[in-house]
Design a protein around this ligand. Structure first.
Ligand code: FE2
Length: 333
């Protein structure tokens, strides 16, 4: 009941605050975006000038999946730009996205019938520089020697759920339950904040290791207030000696049959070399298109890094089991 109430409040808040302008509705391509304005704006400007299609978009970090599902019989937006595989799958499982053709520009393990990956983001480990670590695995985080030295955001955040789901795919459900019990036991404090807050905690001496997405390193580096945190912390791409680092995707789903043609143009644009280069350079993400170079910063830190190329659908399948375990062991409490 509590969940239902907070869900309804979320929906109300979103409906109250956001809505498309309604002007010339038929000519517009309408987008719900979890990707930030700073990133989306240059991409969509370029798309508008290339195609002459006008775009209107709404950005929200939270609640768009619920909104899309609620509207599925009468979709308001044409396209959904998601920041994580789990959101794309939630929308697909609810029957709120339409079937799309595979894109030849994107490797097959990064797409499905209902969504296509647009960028890859690595879930890496931030470490206190004093540890002198340049090689670590996700499995190492439960080692006795890191007791009380690890910080994470909520275990239930989609970024963590996807990482844990990948660990389950490699080691099994029982193993994961043990792993999460031990990881919780190694935490320096109750899970809280976002990925960057964990790096701040390393700077503050609260912990020595944290889990976070790789591009936040560059966001902090370019932030006057936050760059000081990186005096203490650096990043390590885990599991380089075995299967490689876990990667998640941001991606696109199409929501409306009647605007398929316009939406497919956007999809084609977003996987084009030009758009992929904007993603790589403006947000330091890994392009899905293998021909597009990494940004200089990423190339310096992670050029040649090995990624776990496990099927994302396998990760999706494990999500419910992961959430059950997190609830069972009370990971956040
Ligand atoms: Fe993010």
């Amino acid at each position: 009941m509590k969940n239902l109430i907070s869900f309804l409040i979320k929906i109300l808040v979103i409906n109250f605050f956001i809505g498309f302008s309604g002007a010339h509705a038929d000519d517009l391509l309408k987008i719900y975006s979890e990707r930030q304005p700073m990133l989306i704006e240059p991409l969509l400007n370029e798309f508008e000038s290339q195609t002459g299609i006008d775009v209107e978009w709404i950005y929200s970090k939270k609640g768009l999946v619920q909104k899309i599902i609620l509207e599925k019989d009468k979709p308001v937006a044409d396209v959904f730009l998601a920041s994580d595989i789990s959101r794309l799958i939630d929308v697909a499982e609810a029957g709120a996205s339409i079937k799309i053709n595979n894109s030849s520009a994107v490797p097959s393990h990064l797409q499905s019938d209902n969504w296509i990956g647009l960028t890859q983001r690595a879930r890496i480990i931030y470490v206190n520089k004093d540890l002198g670590l340049n090689d670590i695995t996700y499995e190492d985080l439960v080692s006795e020697k890191y007791k009380g030295r690890i910080c994470t955001r909520s275990g239930f955040h989609p970024y963590n759920v996807s990482l844990f789901a990948s660990l389950m795919a490699h080691h099994g459900e029982e193993w994961l339950e043990n792993y999460l019990i031990n990881l919780k036991a190694n935490l320096a404090r109750k899970p809280q904040g976002n990925d960057r807050d964990q790096v701040k905690a390393i700077y503050a001496g609260v912990c020595d290791l944290s889990i976070g997405n790789h591009y936040y390193y560059f966001k902090m580096l370019n932030n006057e207030e936050q760059k000081i945190w990186l005096e203490k912390a650096t990043i390590v791409f885990p599991n380089q000696k075995d299967r490689g680092t876990h990667v998640n995707i941001s991606g696109i789903a199409l929501l409306k049959e009647s605007s398929r043609e316009k939406s497919e143009k956007l999809l084609d644009f977003l996987v084009s070399q030009k758009a992929q280069a904007i993603y790589a350079n403006d947000n330091n993400e890994f392009p899905v298109s293998p021909d597009v170079p990494l940004s200089d910063g990423v190339n310096e830190l992670a050029g040649g890094a090995k990624f776990d190329n496990i099927d994302l659908l396998k990760i999706a399948e494990n999500r419910k089991a992961v959430i059950n375990i997190l609830n069972k062991i009370n990971y956040d409490e």
